[in-house]
Design a protein around this ligand. Structure first.
Ligand code: BGC
Length: 734
């Protein structure tokens, strides 16, 4: 497969509404993100988002309860670094602008834009803007403005400063997906020299600090105060660079020296190197639908831009592209985004898991707050590890997050065999979550059947809350118990003493095995399908008269109690478990279950369609898989959920990669065998993609009647590879 050039332009996106474009063309590097605001009009509310830089405020409940989350956590909107002031030399301000072209180069991470800008008096100039993130140097971002005369060809004054964000009015919203307004931080802005400005920002409550510097690199050999002369019909370029410090640190660098040693061209090289690495490991090529081909590249690009790389930050639900969901990390990471990293970049997967490990002490405290004196409960939504969900029925009650994290640890180990990570961090997370399950669940005797059950729980489907025995939750808890035993045996192979380090003896492993064997999994004998929970199938269906398009998403139109009383699902729930554990059910049962749950699912959550796509492929309906996949792959490019302006749907971006890999090429790993199966839909001529498993980069190539797997770099893997159910020997091609 040759690595091709991909560019996202205005033609590839659904509308030209500014907030939408700011999100779609945002740049990021895991540490911070810059929304693509119009540099002339700017955006007083959002500009720069730093991963993990947040403020807290007490949650005010009308009626509080014991153990309720105490504090909001909200990512801070920091100054818009792209804003530039331009005026004629006689003082007419350029206040109008029109974005005429945009080109996001996915191979180099460079964003190129063109604007026509004008004054109230009608003077017009064109402005080309190039911006790029440092990817190796993640504190840096650069922007370059090039002005050319249009109907105005005289002196132009350009100046740039870091503006303190305006105190935006908090507009109360009934949409829980939007951000809240955090209190403004304490900001100090000063000019260190004439062409280097410092912006020091400190949060009032969390006491985090960050220093940002904005420096001018090349001002046409002049200082900013002197006008650029457009009369010579040349293009005039001004380059700036910003340094965004690490959270908690300031003044640790000499930015002036750093900027002097740097240039926009050097940043572009740095960024291109990074993206070449990404595409070498995870290139995808889809023949037969160019829109899809571009979309999947874009999705992979944005996943990589969003993911915190330092082991202290993670991937927010909206990445670094917008402040929706307040910059919080959810289970979205482990179940939807992490797989892409686990199978293409294990080092990154490890960093993301490490973030969870850092929050384990908070998770232990949370378990105590819930009256459980052993184990840990990870926060449903959080930045700092504390629970920030003020609505526990669709927050803390989704304690499946514990098992999701354990599942992700297991998958990471399965593919890396990184026992050091397991001993240092992974096992503790798996054990502590299992201890939580052990103490939060209860035994029940039903006839001769002795079951371990979980009561008053909310599964992934947030339209059904506080029920008993959610299938997904129970299935994942069962896996969590089993994983304790499996990983313990792996550690014991290295040293039998290791168990005692975790306060365990071999007989404790029997306890966990017994729990794993007895977790209750609800099943309807009548319908011959797994039941979403003990009561789901008994409820009435959502009324037809409330099913017209204007009633969706239901969460914006109905009280939760209206929704909870019906058999209606926001997203894949039982089917998500079916996808994770293919060995659990026959294709016939899968088909029954799919038909049933598809009939009651609204897909109001962006986390839903990718799973429906994967399972349709698996059950032999590639055309349906393709239809769901198209919505998934292009969700933000067509603004399917109508809220991309608040930020990209990161879980769906990860889900679209999964739909391709786990769906169309039937990828899953089990018992040290990597499985593939050909489910290519007729609409596609060919699908080729790469994954990096352990040290080997594999290339998978599918056409209608063929599926090839080759090793393109690294050793021939030691794990088995199966294609359409048959083990194959891999060859290396150079
Ligand atoms: C979904 C959750 C998800 C959250 C953040 C909600 O709409 O129902 O499953 O974790 O969005 O993406």
């Amino acid at each position: 497969m040759t690595l091709r050039d991909y560019h996202l332009t205005l033609r590839d996106v659904s509308d030209e509404q500014p907030e939408y474009l700011e999100t779609v063309f945002s740049l990021g590097n895991g540490h911070f993100g810059v929304r693509a605001n119009d540099p002339i009009s700017g955006n007083p509310i959002t500009g720069t988002l730093i991963n993990g830089f947040y403020e807290t405020a007490p949650i005010t409940y009308g009626e509080a309860g014991i153990g309720y989350a105490q504090k909001h956590q909200t990512i801070l909107n920091l100054p818009d670094l792209r804003h530039v002031h331009v005026s004629t030399s006689n003082g007419h301000q350029f206040t109008h602008s029109k974005r005429t072209a945009v080109d996001l180069d996915l191979g180099s991470g460079t964003l190129k834009e063109k604007y026509v800008i004008s004054t109230d008096q009608g003077e017009t100039v064109t402005m080309a803007v190039t911006s790029v993130m440092g990817q190796g140097q993640t504190s840096l971002w650069g922007i370059s403005y090039t002005f050319t005369a249009a109907n105005y060809a005289k002196g132009l004054l350009v100046s740039k400063s870091i503006a303190v964000p305006a105190e935006a009015e908090a507009i109360p919203s009934a949409d829980p997906r939007k951000t809240r307004m955090a209190g403004l931080p304490i900001c100090e802005t000063e000019f260190v020299t004439q062409d280097l400005q410092r912006y020091h920002v400190k949060t009032r409550v969390t006491k985090q600090a960050v220093t940002m510097y904005l420096g001018i690199l090349v001002a046409h050999g002049q200082l900013l105060q002197q006008p650029v002369d457009l009369s010579d019909e040349q293009a005039h370029t001004l380059d700036y660079e910003a340094y965004v410090g690490e959270v908690g640190k300031h003044n640790t660098i000499d930015p002036a020296a750093m900027f002097m040693a740097s240039s926009i061209a050097a940043l572009v090289d740095d960024s291109r190197d990074f993206w070449q690495g990404v595409w070498n490991r995870s290139e995808v090529s889809v023949d037969g639908n160019d829109d899809l081909d571009l979309a999947i590249h874009y999705n992979i690009f944005q996943l990589n831009q969003a993911a915190g790389r330092d082991g202290r930050t993670n991937i927010a639900a909206k990445g670094l592209s917008g402040s929706g969901y307040e910059g919080h990390y959810f289970w979205d990471t482990e179940m939807y985004m992490l797989p892409y990293f686990t199978y293409t970049n294990q080092q990154m997967a490890r960093q993301l898991l490490l973030y969870r490990y850092q929050t384990l002490p908070k998770a232990r405290e949370r378990a105590r707050a819930l009256g459980v004196d052993q184990g840990a409960l990870f926060a449903w939504r959080t930045i700092n590890g504390e629970e920030a969900s003020a609505y526990f029925p669709a927050g803390t009650a989704q304690y499946h997050i514990d098992a999701d994290i354990a599942y992700a640890v297991g998958k990471y180990f399965e593919i890396t065999r990184d026992l050091d990570f397991i001993i240092q961090c992974g096992f503790e997370m798996v054990l502590e979550t299992a201890r939580f399950w052990e103490n939060f669940g209860s035994w029940r005797q039903v006839g001769t059947d002795c079951r371990f059950e979980f009561h008053t729980v909310t599964g992934p489907d947030e339209y059904t809350a506080l029920v008993n025995n959610n299938y997904y939750t129970n299935r994942l808890a069962k896996h969590n118990f089993g994983l304790v035993v499996e990983l313990a045996h792996q550690m014991m192979k290295r040293s039998p003493q290791l168990l005692s380090k975790f306060g365990l003896s071999e007989s404790d492993l029997d306890v966990y095995q017994n729990l794993a064997d007895h977790v209750y999994l609800p099943y309807s004998n009548e319908l011959e399908i797994n039941e979403q929970d003990d009561s789901f199938l008994d409820k009435p269906r959502w009324p037809a008269e409330k099913s017209t398009p204007e009633n969706f998403p239901l969460l914006l139109h109905y009280h939760p109690l209206t929704i909870y009383r019906y058999q209606v699902a926001k997203q894949a729930d039982t089917l998500l478990a079916d996808y994770l554990f293919p060995e659990d059910l026959s294709v016939d049962q899968l088909k029954r279950e799919y038909r049933y749950y598809e009939g009651v699912t609204t897909h109001d959550s962006s986390l839903s369609r990718s799973i429906f796509s994967i399972l349709a492929a698996r059950m032999g309906d590639p055309e349906k898989a393709y239809r769901y996949f198209m919505d998934t792959a292009r969700m933000d490019l067509v603004d399917l959920q109508k809220n991309t302006a608040d930020g990209l749907h990161l879980a769906n971006l990860g889900g679209s990669w999964l739909a391709l890999v786990a769906g169309f090429s039937g990828f899953y790993v089990q018992d040290e065998v990597v499985h593939f199966a050909n489910h290519l839909p007729a609409e596609l001529d060919r699908l080729t993609y790469r994954m990096k498993i352990a040290e080997s980069v594999l290339e998978i190539d599918l056409t209608a009647d063929n599926l090839d797997v080759t090793v393109i770099s690294g050793p021939i893997p030691t794990y088995g590879v199966s294609v359409n159910g048959e083990l194959i020997s891999l060859v290396k091609v150079s």
